[in-house]
Write a protein that binds this ligand. Structure first.
Ligand code: ZN
Length: 276
């Protein structure tokens, strides 16, 4: 799934699989387990989601690294499985399901980080310049300080659409959609546009009105940090404990896409697991 999320080919040669999965089994596998990389490489086929090429299946009743070293087969998710996992919501749900089903006893955050999926730890994901924590919308409010440099990021995907951010704030009159706070900053109202499915990797959310909320800085931090989410009824809840903070404030001119809220909820569910 990491290969899919990072745009690598779905199939990997045995040498690559062994070099990458071997250390993961040692570090995150069950203690005392005798599982070696050739086991998942070969037996994942039984899931119907995985295929191996370059080995005669009936001629290999028992799998041995030596035999694989000789013929160098390739393996990976089937074309159909890889296609499904191109959908970010499906991919996130699959990661969350794997974590909750098979990886309850391991340091999931460390494991996700090791396989290049550290971005699943926050709603905004990993940005190209390595910036962490809540991101700021600075341009249209004329804030005197702030990390303006990242507006010059070379990756155009990460350059935010200032117009769409401005639009969501104006529609809500700069009132936070969670608490209704309308901050005054240097004689002007101040609010932040929060992406629901983050722009950073591996979320790759779109920069569009349906994927934005108008929030105060406090609720932006809590939303990006996966401490609060919006449930199916539109009620804002705490990830830990589920306490209700109130109904999300809506505006008729601002339709929020439910699939983005579901994505964010699933991410909160995954991180609720990783921190338990
Ligand atoms: Zn607020």
């Amino acid at each position: 799934m990491s290969r899919i999320a990072t745009g690598k080919p779905r199939m990997a040669p045995w040498s690559c699989f062994r070099a990458e999965v071997g250390p993961l089994l040692v570090e995150f596998g069950l203690s005392g387990s005798k599982v070696t990389p050739e086991d998942p490489f070969w037996h994942l086929r039984e899931s119907g989601l995985w295929e191996v090429h370059g080995v005669q299946s009936d001629s290999t009743p028992t799998v041995q690294a030596g035999a694989f070293d000789e013929v160098q087969p390739v393996a990976g998710l089937t074309h159909a499985a890889a296609e499904l996992l191109q959908n970010p919501l499906t991919r996130l749900e699959a990661v969350a399901r794997l974590c909750s089903t098979y990886l309850r006893g391991v340091d999931q955050r460390a494991l996700l980080s090791r396989v290049g999926l550290a971005g699943y730890a926050t709603a905004d994901g990993l940005l190209d310049d390595g910036e962490e924590g809540p991101t700021q919308e600075v341009a249209d409010e004329g804030r005197a300080t702030g990390p303006t440099a990242r507006r010059d990021a070379t990756s155009s995907r990460l350059i935010r659409d200032a117009a769409v951010a401005k639009r969501v704030k104006e529609l809500h009159g700069h009132a936070c959609q969670v608490c209704g706070t309308r901050l005054q900053y240097k004689h002007r109202p101040y609010s932040e546009a929060a992406h629901i499915r983050g722009l950073g990797s591996p979320h790759d959310g779109p920069d569009e009105l349906q994927n934005l909320l108008c929030l105060c800085p406090n609720h932006h931090v809590l939303f990006d940090g996966l401490e609060i989410y919006i449930d199916v009824e539109g009620i804002v809840r705490r990830t830990h404990g589920g306490d209700a903070l109130g109904q999300l404030r809506r505006h008729v001119g601002h339709q929020v896409d439910e699939t983005y809220l579901r994505y964010h909820r699933t991410l909160c569910g995954l991180n609720g697991l990783t921190t338990e």
